[in-house]
Design a protein around this ligand. Structure first.
Ligand code: ADP
Length: 686
């Protein structure tokens, strides 16, 4: 709702120059412009600049936050890797200390592996020459080939006799077979079979004698099943003894088991533990329970070690040339990893010890440790992986494992997808906050700019109003003075001329008084001091009176008023003076903006719950975009046709106010170039 178009740069320059030349209007514009500049500067300082700073630092903050998020995970990963690293180190320290302590105090390394490490499966001792010394020995000789004698016809004959229960015959055939053999293994095997057949035939004494021979002559010979014949013979003899003399038998069996336990067993052979197990089974009901349990414990421990020693033998060999491993400072440890084990090696002055820590068990233990230390919540997890393991995705920290170079400790993002999603959520949130803040600031800026423009427009309207009022007042005063002077100086010669002069003086005085009334009312309305005296009455009478008193003035301006009143009208509560003022304003507008037509219509009619008073003209009309604005104070149309007429822009404001004070309203229909109808809506009733 601006009364003048926007100012282009040329207009500005023109007005500044005009102001210099003393043009009052241009000066006024310049004041407005200064006001605008002041406001713009104020906005820039209080809203624009902080907004720009907020946007700038907000964006900076977001990227910093993004980096901080990534750095936080990186930092967490470092911390987690440190924590787990320390624990892993402690595990190895504990293992090494325990091993060295046992070595120093001369305790057996083979008994009590679990005390050194839960993953420790076997300890090998090598002597200075690098050959395996304990707890097992290698059987370098080629194993016996049973096909050499057990598949021969004469052995099969003996075996058939034994299987069919003819033990005596079988014993004879085995003996004959033995005597024909030159191979000590075959001889020993056949002699033991002879003793077994004799025993089954019930010839205990001869059986015992035969077993004694086996024990003496072929003690170290190994049967195709992997037993040392000496062990088998001792077992059988002790069993025979047990049948006659339980005390002696028990002692013999226990002695057998104990001697087997301290011997070095042969890798790849299971005979020794099997014989010892059988001996212990036999004495289990005779010997003290704790003794048997202790022996059994040791036996099983060694059996497990034997199993692992056999399993890991190839990997042990792959470490160095057949166990000849790198000699190192006594009391220090070196490590190597193979597919199934992590090998720890240390030296004493005389021997080398090689500890096999089972890979899966050790990794399991360390992973559990990592889990305990880091927990299974948070963004970061730690794992220990081998070169052959697929590394987790999104590894943040990778540290080679000091004890096993092919292993590494990795700290990784537990759930990279979720982590990324969360980080971008955080960023989105920050962007959202900054965007909303900036949007609010921009909105504030726009609203403020609008308000400022409104204020400036209002200020302009007010100053225009002041100019209009003085103009409006001046013209009737001038007219009155001119005509009065003419009369005074006797310039009007005829009666007719004098009468015209008097008419002008009366008309202009009335116009003056109407304007002053309007202005006083407007001032009272603005101060909120205007009161109306509403009384039920006939609205037609009020309207007729106003039209009557306006008619003469209208006719002088060549305007005809067409009236339309209803026969019957319900009473309407109204302040007759105020309604008269409303009508005078509307009639005066209809006359001013009524164009050439000269027709003015005044209609009073009843509608649903309302009584309507319409004032119509066939004049210049009002542009649709100005329909709402014309009721605002000081507002005057920007249409040049309307501007040609004098006015102050407060008439319709008063009309609107008075109608609202009556509990009614004013509406309007208008078409540019066709005409305008103002309708006053009065509520019915008294
Ligand atoms: P003014 O003193 O300018 O007449 P008003 O408040 O009475 O002030 O009217 C405001 C504006 O509304 C006028 O300047 C004019 O542009 C427009 N207006 C009022 N009545 C009419 C009409 N009957 N026909 C066309 N325009 C009108």
């Amino acid at each position: 709702m601006r009364t003048s178009g926007g100012l282009g740069p040329f207009d500005l320059v023109r007005r500044v120059l005009a102001a210099r030349r003393g043009d009052v209007r241009a000066k006024e514009d310049l004041y407005h412009l200064r006001g605008v500049f002041r406001f713009v500067a104020l906005f820039a300082a209080t809203i624009g600049l902080p907004g720009a700073l907020l946007a700038y630092y907000g964006i900076q903050g977001i990227s910093a936050q993004q980096q901080a998020g990534a750095a936080r995970v990186e930092q967490d990963a470092e911390l987690a890797a440190d924590a787990v690293g320390v624990q892993v180190e402690a595990v190895f320290r504990a293992f090494e200390d325990a091993a060295l302590n046992r070595l120093k105090s001369g305790q057996s390394l083979h008994a009590g592996l679990g005390e050194m490490s839960d993953a420790l499966r076997v300890v090998y001792r090598f002597d200075k020459d690098g050959s395996l010394a304990a707890p097992f020995v290698r059987d370098e000789a080629e194993g016996p080939d049973p096909e050499r004698w057990r598949l021969s016809e004469s052995w099969r004959a003996a075996a058939t006799a034994e299987a069919t229960g003819d033990f005596r015959k079988a014993a004879g055939l085995y003996r004959a077979f033995a005597e024909r053999q030159s191979d000590p293994l075959a001889r020993g095997d056949a002699s033991f079979a002879e003793a077994r057949a004799l025993l089954r035939a019930g010839e205990t004494r001869s059986a015992d004698a035969a077993l004694a021979t086996v024990e003496r002559a072929w003690s170290a010979a190994r049967s195709p099943e992997g037993f040392r014949l000496g062990d088998l013979a001792r077992l059988k003899r002790a069993e025979i003894l047990l049948a006659h003399d339980s005390v002696a038998g028990e002692a013999a069996l226990r002695a057998l088991a104990e001697s087997l336990l301290v011997e070095d067993w042969t890798l790849g052979q299971g005979g020794e533990p099997a014989v010892a197990r059988r001996a212990l089974d036999l004495v289990s009901s005779l010997a003290p329970r704790d003794v048997v349990a202790r022996l059994r414990g040791r036996l099983e421990e060694r059996a497990v070690q034997l199993y692992w020693a056999g399993e890991l033998l190839d990997e042990l060999d792959s470490l160095g040339a057949k166990g000849r491993l790198l000699r190192q400072e006594p009391g220090t440890f070196s490590y190597r990893a193979t597919p199934s084990a992590l090998w720890a090696m240390t030296w004493t002055d005389t021997d080398q010890y090689v500890f096999a820590l089972e890979r899966d068990a050790l990794l399991g233990e360390l992973r559990l440790l990592a889990l305990r230390s880091v927990g299974n919540r948070g963004d970061v997890a730690v794992d220990i992986i081998d070169a052959s393991d697929a590394p987790p995705t999104d590894v943040r920290v990778r540290r080679p494992f000091a004890r096993a170079p092919s292993w590494s400790l990795v700290a990784y993002a537990r759930n990279p997808v979720e982590l990324k999603a969360r980080q971008s959520d955080e960023v989105r949130q920050a962007i959202g906050i900054v965007a909303i803040s900036v949007a609010m600031i921009v909105l504030g800026l726009l609203v403020s700019a609008r308000l400022v423009r409104r204020e400036l427009d209002a200020a302009r309207l007010k100053s225009e109003f002041a100019a209009n009022v003085s103009h409006e007042l001046r013209s009737p005063i001038t007219q009155i003075r001119l005509k009065a002077e003419a009369l005074q100086l006797g310039l009007a010669e005829t009666n007719e001329q004098r009468s015209r002069h008097y008419d002008v003086i009366v008309r202009e005085a009335e116009r003056l008084s109407r304007m002053v009334d309007n202005m006083l009312d407007f001032a009272a309305i603005e101060r909120g001091q205007k009161r109306y005296n509403l009384r039920p009455g006939d609205l037609v009478v009020t309207v007729q009176n106003v039209v009557e008193s306006a008619r003469v003035a209208m006719e002088m301006r060549a305007k005809t008023i067409e009236e339309n009143y209803p026969e019957d009208l319900p009473p309407v509560r109204h302040d007759a003076d105020a309604v008269a003022q409303v009508l005078v304003n509307l009639l005066s507008n209809a006359a001013k903006y009524g164009g050439e037509a000269g027709w003015i219509g005044v209609t009073v009619r009843a509608a649903a719950n309302e009584v309507l008073v319409e004032v119509s003209d066939r004049g210049i009309g009002i542009a649709p975009q100005e329909l709402a604005a014309i009721f605002e104070q000081y507002y005057r149309s920007s249409d040049p046709n309307a501007r040609r007429q004098k006015g102050t822009g407060i008439g319709l404001t008063i009309v609107k106010y008075i109608m609202e004070a009556h509990g009614g309203r004013v509406s309007l229909r208008s078409t540019l170039g066709v005409g305008t109808t103002f309708t006053l809506h009065f509520p019915q009733g008294d």
